[in-house]
Write a protein that binds this ligand. Structure first.
Ligand SMILES: Nc1ncnc2c1ncn2[C@@H]1O[C@H](COP(=O)(O)OP(=O)(O)O)[C@@H](O)[C@H]1O
Ligand SMILES: [Mg+2]
Length: 457
């Protein structure tokens, strides 16, 4: 297979004809050929080939062709020569997301800015568009996509099914519906790579990793749907535990439970935007309060050994490791944010009064001259964790956001793996370049999955 970057131009020719410059003819091994099959996304048509005398790599598409296979615009793209006489134009990349309203300027809600950034970068070397589940027309296998025009605004264009889908569907609940399950299966059946498959569940990840001999040691001891006896036992052994919802996010519903001998049991949690702390004389009293607050939904909770994190000014710190797969299908740590908990907060979320630091700032305070070594080790652990999750998972994963803790003994702990990590760490002025690198990695990985990137043999 060969890959060539070229300039696509449009002509008014109504016939199914492509004009190909001399050097491009040679590159595509079309010299002497009269016809070619052109592929774009899920479309394929035959066309006549006419060589033209022009320096550089240029392809002129007659309107007959362009309309039929729905090439959205002229400009620089890749050509991939497949078997004898077949040339694929692309890649055609689809970013799947959704928004709360059907607004034309911001169809993807709070994700619109990130999606525009992806489209802006991606347009330089691909045909990239965003779409919602409602924009797919399965009968004629087309998508009414959102492209970005020169002015940075969305314009709708009908294109074939894409070569690869980057999934950023925002709703955990919607993702479990039959219509979304069916949507994913339809892409898979057509052999269109689809990543990431879906949100992760905390207990699925813990269960998957705790048995893994390589990474099990990085997962705090966890019990899914624990009975009160099991919670008490965990608390007796560790004196600090986290009690959290399986499919929660943003710290919602999380409790930090502790036992202090001769004093009693304590529960820290977030209530109406404030930090609450309750003391109980007995374990039964603590359980009664949790039952009263959550009832049956406690069945969807997991109890976990609490880790005593490193601290700055008495506030615990943990880290977001933003991982990507690169253009060679390898995991890399692309950005790290250190998150300092707000005073009295159970979690380090910025929404709960937390603040963002660079990892160097945080680790230098905690470990002094050992900081660099600790960070290097944590990066290696994060890569091993990502590889482990991928190897146990049945579907494609190209991005993971880990919540990682480090204790005073320099031990690394994984609290959560997010399949659709938020991007708030990249707002930190020192992490903007990492934010761009993250976008570049997503695109590189799309090129890899759609086979529009040279693979090392
Ligand atoms: N076992 C634990 N020990 C210490 N801190 C924890 C533990 N589990 C969670 N935390 C803290 O709570 C935060 C939120 O927990 P996490 O599992 O990421 O849930 P969420 O889905 O709400 O983000 C973590 O970033 C960390 O600061
Ligand atoms: Mg988290």
């Amino acid at each position: 297979m060969s890959l060539t970057f070229c300039n696509v131009h449009f002509t008014q020719q109504p016939q199914r004809v492509v004009y190909v410059s001399g050097s491009l003819m040679k590159n595509l091994k079309l010299s002497g050929k009269k016809s070619v099959h052109l592929r774009f996304g899920g479309e394929r048509i035959p066309a006549a080939v006419k060589p033209i005398n022009k320096a550089g790599k240029h392809l002129y598409l007659g309107s007959g062709i362009r309309k039929e296979i729905k090439i959205p615009k002229a400009g620089g793209v890749f050509l991939r020569s497949l078997q004898e006489g077949e040339v694929q134009i692309g890649p055609l990349i689809g970013v799947l997301s959704d928004g709360p309203t059907a607004s034309a300027s911001s169809p993807f809600g709070s994700r619109t800015g990130f999606i525009k950034q992806l489209l802006r970068y991606g347009s330089k070397q691909s045909y990239i568009f965003a779409f919602t589940p409602r924009d797919i027309h399965w009968e004629n296998e087309t998508v009414n996509g959102y492209f970005l025009n020169e002015a940075g605004n969305f314009i709708r264009k009908k294109v074939p099914l894409p070569d690869v889908v980057y999934n950023r569907l925002p709703s955990r609940r919607a993702e479990t519906t039959t219509s979304i399950t069916q949507l994913r299966e339809r892409f898979i059946r057509r052999r269109i790579p689809f990543f990431n498959w879906s949100f992760f569940n905390k207990s699925d990840i813990y269960r998957m990793l705790e048995k893994d001999t390589l990474v099990g040691r990085y997962v705090p001891e966890s019990i899914m749907s624990p009975t009160p006896d099991q919670i008490k036992d965990l608390l007796d052994r560790h004196s600090l535990i986290y009690y959290k919802p399986n499919s929660g996010s943003l710290g919602h519903g999380i409790y930090r439970l502790s036992r202090i001998p001769k004093s009693g049991y304590y529960a820290r949690y977030r209530k109406s935007g404030k930090n609450a702390l309750l003391r109980f004389g007995s374990f039964a009293g603590l359980m009664r309060t949790l039952q009263a607050r959550h009832g049956r939904s406690l069945r969807g909770y997991v109890a976990q050994q609490g880790i005593r994190l490193i601290e700055i000014d008495g506030c615990p710190i943990d880290f977001r490791f933003h991982m990507h797969k690169n253009g060679r299908n390898q995991w890399v740590v692309v950005g790290i944010g250190a998150k300092k908990a707000g005073k009295g907060s159970v979690t380090t979320h910025l929404k709960n009064g937390g603040s963002l630091l660079t990892p160097d700032q945080a680790l230098a305070r905690a470990f002094g001259s050992r900081a660099e070594e600790v960070l290097k080790n944590a990066k290696n652990v994060a890569i091993t964790l990502a590889e482990a999750i991928e190897s146990h998972h049945q579907h494609l994963i190209g991005e993971i956001g880990f919540d990682i803790g480090i204790d005073m003994d320099e031990k690394i702990w994984m609290f959560e793996a997010n399949a659709k990590p938020g991007r708030s760490i990249f707002k930190h002025p020192s992490l903007r370049a990492e934010g761009r690198a993250s976008v570049e990695h997503i695109l590189e990985h799309c090129l890899y999955l759609s086979k529009f990137r040279r693979r090392e043999s």
